[in-house]
Design a protein around this ligand. Structure first.
Ligand code: ADP
Ligand code: ADP
Length: 231
């Protein structure tokens, strides 16, 4: 993933906010890359620019030789299948069961029912939700909800997984279990993971590389041990 001069300026009624400010960054395939910073630093806007949930004001994002910033709406729909995302508050469909939440992106992608069912079963096993297929999100713990979020994000076999404060709503023990699952997925599927958080221990536990964000800019970057132990 190659990011060059990426910017996002929000224009509100009475001012302009530069949420992401001329950001340049390379992320290696297969990495678990952490982005840390205080609330308001621009982390969430930054990851949302990578799959164009936000439209950039300037700059470019190239993922696997594909220029994300210049895709048409139709191309973007296909490319988004290659970029999974999970959220702090899970963003599940409350009226659908676990199974049907996970199947949703497959339905949208037009995967036939037989194949869909098979894939959903695999995903349920992968994230450790066997036995909960027919539960509704309201019947699950926070950790289980995030497991559904992860399975749904992986449904279309993405190359990249974006995690936006994915453990911030969870207690420490559940957080560790979800982080272990992300490492397992990274190792098993070779998937690149970008994880944003305001919690240092999350970065320390699973990331190899880290970038520190402040006011829309990266102020420090490198190997996790180097960055956090540097005097
Ligand atoms: P973080 O994820 O690090 O907490 P955000 O990316 O959410 O930071 O926000 C960065 C800055 O951009 C903040 O000042 C925030 O208020 C502003 N911002 C984010 N989204 C919008 C929006 N849709 N409209 C206006 N300002 C926004
Ligand atoms: P977490 O620590 O992940 O937030 P909770 O403390 O919410 O988890 O849940 C702990 C246990 O209670 C889990 O086994 C979960 O399945 C169960 N549980 C949580 N919420 C509900 C609910 N609304 N209905 C039934 N069981 C629930």
């Amino acid at each position: 993933i190659s990011i060059k001069g990426l910017s996002k300026i929000f224009t509100t009624a009475n001012n302009q906010i530069t949420a992401v400010d001329d950001l340049t960054l390379d992320i290696q395939e297969g990495d678990i890359f952490g982005v840390i910073g205080y609330s308001g630093a621009g982390k969430s806007t930054f990851v949302r620019l990578l799959n164009r949930l936000e439209e950039p004001s300037g700059g470019s994002v190239v993922i696997d030789d594909q220029e994300i910033t210049s895709l048409t709406a139709n191309q973007l729909r296909v490319t988004r299948q290659e970029i999974g995302m999970i959220f702090q508050h899970f963003n599940l469909l409350w009226s659908r069961t676990v199974k049907d939440n996970i199947a949703f992106p497959l339905e949208i992608a037009g995967v036939p029912k037989r194949e869909r069912d098979k894939r959903v079963l695999e995903l349920i096993k992968l994230v450790g939700l066997a036995g909960r297929e027919n539960a509704y999100p309201s019947q699950l713990s926070g950790g289980q909800k995030q497991r559904v979020g992860i399975a749904r994000a992986l449904a279309n076999k993405p190359k990249v997984l974006l995690c936006d404060e994915a453990t911030s709503a969870l207690d420490p023990e559940t957080t560790n279990a979800i982080l272990d699952l992300l490492v397992d997925i990274n190792e098993r599927l070779g998937l690149t993971i970008i994880l944003i958080t305001h919690e240092m221990h999350v970065i320390r536990k699973i990331c190899r590389q880290v970038a520190v964000m402040e006011e829309g800019k990266i102020v420090e970057q490198g190997d996790v041990l180097d960055v956090f132990l540097r005097p």
